[in-house]
Design a protein around this ligand. Structure first.
Ligand code: FAD
Length: 503
């Protein structure tokens, strides 16, 4: 080996030792590097047109950055921070395995007496009870209309509570294993048109299924099959409507996963914070999941934009006229800033074929089922956000597909959306916006991890310079001694007269 190579190897060796002494390359890091093969700068940054939408990834990122502070302000306002739901409805599809008992799974509910009178349960109850002594029993409220994509909780139910969303952030709770797996399985396998395997064809990262928890024999084959072949209808190409459906569900799933990773609890340090390895495993290594979240954002944004006129007339009734007015301004300001851009999704392309009516009904009924499956989520906080986000997504679908444009005005259709639907839609939009924001954070963390920290780079450089100087000196000395004829020429100095190349 020539002297130059020795020096180079020494330099590389020292850099590696320094880098690894500070941060060992663990399995996940190697996995990150193997899978993604990027220099870190553009990690998880998709380019080009988002399939089945009218926009590209860059436009979505730019709308997101223009609107982020506005949607954040909106969801902190009085009207938008409270959500009403039944957290304890029984799972209608299978016997529940019981609720997750982790502290982080629990939800703090809000004392109704602190809320505006119009929102309170007793006000609703009074409306829906029949007079005392009447032969009629309180009627069972039908919780959905033909146009609805979700089965909502019965607002007169005694178990319905208000929750302050700001006090109960969606984040890592530790809810995992058979219960969580069964819910996702029911959503994908039974309510996703049986197309999961088709959506993952030719996509190597789609088959990277997480290991199945070993303590669940009946669920053994559960997740392994998610991306594998299932009986299908034989169509080669999945139609637009089914693709859209799958992408919305997958985008929602990605968003939930990103929030888990963004607010992760590190048991060793006892700290909450972003966990890059979690993000890489759940999202970064699966580009299609990343793309689906941009897709879902584009669809929900389109629904929000279409509601501008309707919400300008909407009675927010926060119990404070000034607050009502402030809410209207915040919404208008948010929606106006999205209107500068072309529409992100063209809902008119959907349900146009020969079988459009049956496809529409199937699409809507599958989604209604997904909203009911949320009562099977075995962790209160996950259930809260699962119910809210399926209601938000269902509201977006209703706005886009169940009504003609002319019916989206408060004057012609005041009952288009109820309180909960408006709250859910905007909070879901905020969750998706936060996910896109978190992707940028993880992109930066990834780049930082691949680059050695600045002090290490500097130290490695200094040591390298010093080593080079030492070897140069030794060689000059040896050279002089050889010239004086006092030493034989050693093999490693076979190029004695050549100067060393700079490293
Ligand atoms: C409705 C709901 C809400 C939840 N909310 C929370 C929460 O707030 N906090 C919390 O800590 N946990 C929550 N969980 C649990 C969490 O989603 C995971 O189930 C759990 O962390 C275990 O993750 P996993 O890596 O095993 O894969 P999972 O996320 O459980 O995914 C199951 C399988 O689905 C496939 N898959 C994963 N992501 C996608 C995608 N984006 N698109 C298509 N296919 C995909 C993969 O094959 C994967 O193996 C929730 C679960 C549900 C069902």
């Amino acid at each position: 080996m020539s002297t130059k190579r020795w020096i180079l190897c020494a330099f590389v060796f020292i850099s590696c030792v320094l880098a690894s002494s500070h941060r060992p390359l663990d399995e996940n890091q190697l996995f990150v590097q193997d899978v993604l093969q990027s220099d870190g700068k553009d990690y998880c940054k998709p380019y080009g047109q988002i399939r089945d939408t009218c926009c590209d990834y860059q436009s979505v990122e730019s709308i997101q950055s223009d609107t982020f502070s506005k949607i954040q302000a909106l969801v902190q306002s009085k009207f938008f921070k409270y959500y009403k739901l039944n957290l304890w409805r029984e799972c209608p599809f299978w016997n529940d395995d019981g609720l997750c008992m982790n502290r982080d799974c629990s939800v703090a509910t809000t004392d109704e007496s602190l809320l505006p009178e119009e929102w309170r349960q007793d006000a609703l109850g009074a409306l829906q009870m029949s007079p005392k002594g009447s032969a009629f029993q309180p009627f069972k409220v039908c919780t959905y209309k033909d146009q609805d994509f979700c089965v909502a909780d019965d607002p007169s139910d005694q178990d319905v509570v208000y929750v302050n969303l700001l006090d109960n952030p969606e984040r890592f709770t530790g809810y995992t294993g058979p219960s969580a797996g069964k819910v996702w399985q029911a959503i994908y396998e039974e309510n996703c048109f049986n197309i999961v395997h088709k959506m993952s064809e030719g996509c190597p990262t789609c088959s990277a299924i997480s290991p199945v928890p070993s303590n669940s024999p009946p669920l053994g084959p559960l997740l392994q099959d998610l991306a594998g072949p299932t009986g299908d209808d034989g169509d080669d190409e999945v139609c637009l409507e089914k693709r859209v459906y799958y992408r919305l569900i997958s985008g929602l799933h990605s968003s939930i996963s990103i929030h888990i990773c963004d607010e992760y609890f590190d048991r060793t340090t006892g700290q909450w914070g972003p966990n890059l390895d979690c993000f890489v495993n759940r999202i970064g290594a699966h580009p299609e999941r990343l793309q689906n979240i941009y897709f879902t954002y584009a669809v929900v944004l389109r629904a929000v934009t279409k509601l501008d006129d309707y919400l300008a007339q909407y009675p927010f009734q926060t119990g404070d006229v000034a607050e009502d007015e402030k809410t209207k301004i915040l919404i208008h300001d948010l929606i106006s800033s999205t209107k500068d851009c072309p529409a992100t999704f063209d809902e008119k392309t959907m349900f146009q074929g020969a079988d459009s009516r049956s496809l529409y009904v199937e699409f809507r009924d599958h989604f209604r089922n997904v909203s009911r499956i949320m009562d099977c989520v075995g962790c209160e906080k996950c259930r809260l956000w699962g119910k809210l986000q399926t209601t938000g997504l269902g509201t977006a679908l209703k706005v886009l597909f169940a009504y003609e444009d002319k019916s989206l005005s408060y004057r012609s259709n005041p009952r288009l959306l109820n309180h909960n639907e408006v709250v859910a839609l905007f909070n879901t939009f905020n969750r998706l916006s936060e996910s896109l924001e978190a992707i940028q954070k993880f992109r930066k963390m990834y780049a930082d991890r691949l680059a050695p920290p600045p002090q290490q780079r500097q130290l490695a450089q200094t040591v390298g310079d010093w080593l080079k100087w030492l070897l140069d000196g030794a060689r000059t000395m040896a050279h002089k001694l050889i010239k004086l004829g006092q030493l034989p020429v050693p093999s490693f100095l076979d190029d004695p007269l050549e100067p060393l190349d700079p490293l």
